[in-house]
Ligand binder design. Structure first.
Ligand code: G3P
Ligand code: CA
Length: 247
């Protein structure tokens, strides 16, 4: 049955890409979290989706032009109005440290398709090694060159290219980047494409699946992973399907 990943944490309810969203995801009983990594001017790997802080925080500016201190001074709850505990933009270190308190899988998306962040692949791999997390990490990116580079740098780490455009062949994308899996926008996936991946043992994970009946449809079709803003909801759907199969 499909694994469930909380997209930017339990971001349907809590401020995305914050420790609060990740910790609430853990409580839901999902299998893993997904998060986005950008890099500050002084080299800190920080968890934020956009290249700027404008949408999700009370500040303004480009992450790559800001220091770690500036980034850490912001309130990261602005896409969910103001949050009572004033959550900060986490460092990748903070998430990796916390992963030692649970058994979640962590899908680290390198946000290097708009800003290239030269050297980010090596830095992320170094951190994974430092924290001894290589068995529990899936690295992904919209940048296929970055995925290929990750494979050159590490022959064992789990990697997955992401795509959202119609006409892309997921099997070709996965094989050409030597990836273990492929992550696709659910809008561009078809049963035939998924079948072609499954035949070649390439797991498919779809984002961002938040609603029935699509969730059940893909789960029953043997989808490997669902990336969702509402992990609690999807865990309940999975339980219902599993119960039905046992009866
Ligand atoms: O990795 C799946 C998904 O997170 C990619 O899209 O824009 O939410 O980072 P986005
Ligand atoms: Ca992402």
């Amino acid at each position: 049955m499909s694994q469930i990943f909380a997209h930017r944490g339990a971001s349907g309810i809590y401020p995305e890409n914050t420790m609060k969203a990740f910790k609430e995801a853990e409580k839901s009983g999902c299998d893993g979290i997904e998060l986005d990594v950008q890099r500050t001017k002084d080299g800190a790997l920080v968890i934020i989706h956009d290249e700027t802080v404008n949408r999700t925080t009370d500040g303004r500016g480009i992450v790559a032009e800001m220091t770690q201190k500036q980034i850490r001074s912001l309130d990261a709850s602005y896409n969910k109005k103001k949050w009572f505990s004033n959550p900060k933009i986490p460092l990748l270190d903070e998430v990796f440290e916390w992963l030692h308190t649970n058994e979640l899988i962590c899908n680290v998306e390198l946000k290097n398709d708009k800003v290239r962040y030269e050297g980010m692949e090596e830095e992320v791999l170094q951190k994974i090694a430092e924290y001894g997390l290589s068995e529990r990490i899936i690295l992904s990116s919209f940048n296929p060159d970055s995925i290929s580079l990750l494979r050159e740098l590490d022959s064992a780490i789990s990697i997955a290219p992401i795509y959202s455009k119609k006409g892309v062949n997921p099997l070709l994308l996965a094989t050409s980047t030597c990836a273990n899996a492929v992550h696709a926008n659910y809008r561009v996936m078809t049963p035939a494409l998924m079948d072609s991946c499954q035949r070649m043992n390439i797991p498919v994970r779809l984002y961002t699946l938040n609603h029935e009946p699509k969730i059940s449809k893909w789960m029953l079709a043997g989808l490997s992973g669902i990336i969702t803003d509402y992990p609690e909801r999807v865990v309940k759907i999975r339980e219902t399907i599993l119960k039905g199969k046992m009866e």
